[in-house]
Write a protein that binds this ligand. Sequence first.
Ligand code: GDP
Length: 472
Amino acid sequence: NDLASLMDVSVNEVISVCMGLGMFVSINQRLDAEAITIIADEFNYDVEFTKSDEEEAEIKVEEDPEQLVERAPIVTIMGHVDHGKTSLLDYIRRSKVTHGEAGGITQHIGAYDVETTDGHKIAFLDTPGHEAFTAMRARGAKITDVAIIVIAADDNVMPQTKEAINHAQVAGVPMIFAINKIDRPNANADKIREELANMNLLVEDWGGKYQSQEISAKTGAGIDDLLEKVLLESEILELKANPKKNAVGTVVEASLDKGRGYVTTIMVQGGTLKVGDTILAGQHYGRVKAMFDHLGQKVEAAGPSTPVQVLGLSGAPQAGDVFKVYDSEREAREIANSREQIQREQSLRTKKHITLDEIGRRLAIGSFKELNIIIKGDVDGSVEALSDSLLKLSKEEVKVSIIHQGVGQISESDVLLASASDAIILGFQVRPSANAKRLAEQEEIEIRHYSIIYDAINQIKDAIEGMLEPEF
Ligand code: GDP
């Protein structure tokens, strides 16, 4: 998608070139340097690689092994709605936050860290769910070390459980299954283990490789054991970082606070962040004026795997943006400015009105929620049938609206309506008038022609699903 934008061609063209090269890619898939060069060449573009966010984010690069010390794991909790993700995060926060001796009150800053009974630290991302996880990944962030998949023992492995598992697997993040709500009389943990086994996910108790733990987020049963298992998993991962260099990490969330200005929660992943450091995150930079932990207490420095709230950035970066400390404020400003310019150019290149091919790109910019459609057809029956079927394609994330339908030629007024409401026009066995055609070209309104209802439905469905695919 990004590559298509840069070359100003449609995403479908890029995907079909990829297929021609034997690469089956989705719209948000990241391509490696070699693939980009080959694809760009197909479109007669030369590629020059400059320093990218991802390279800057490569936290492990060229580390001096002497400087590396163990760091705490960073955990994301995922699972089906109502299976207990929030309850688990809350229970852990309430019961394990020990270093708040000074009497801090827990603040929701998007992440927190705890100390286990035997003194080990674990950091949690406080936005449960795979949507947030994947949105961050789509921005290049590699922040989660271990995923806890929560499954309610009085329910089943549900669609979002499967999605969460799938997203963790594609990201290569190890999973631990937390079989929750075992305090409930109708809880049946064996049934959950069996369902997992049926998906080829055999848990350790049954001789498989996946750790699992029965818990109750309500009574706290099993939660210490669950945290032990997180630590075990992280030992295997040998998580290390160099605390002595300039800090790098990822933005967890950001907002504008009336009194304090831009407030950004970041997860430090390498180095140590200090008050007074100049940092750059996304298009925004600034000097760290003050830092707070998740208890609202002032801190002067934050090392690897520590989440902190930072004051002093010039704007609100996006969750998943990489941040980095720069020695020179001028350098940080220059990079921020050039990023802003690139973003501006890319959004200018975005087409005036929606087209089916454009949907994925708009979604990536975060500005697509509703697909407006105008249907014109030769007979009432087919217009009705098409409209009914298209309405059924609506999903929670993207609503399909038929803003107008009718029998007859596609007219100038149809095009004007499309222009005003950013719609596409579907013609079923009908064509636009000459004037309508001219106006559509001028207004950049997409008109699609069909003679088979099924084709129309499929194309719209593909467009919507293309943009709903997990973003890898
Ligand atoms: P989420 O949507 O996954 O974040 O789920 P929540 O944490 O909001 O939990 C959904 C509901 O299940 C709430 O009413 C919780 O009180 C309840 N719940 C969560 N964990 C447990 C548990 O271990 N035992 C019982 N009995 N109820 C639980």
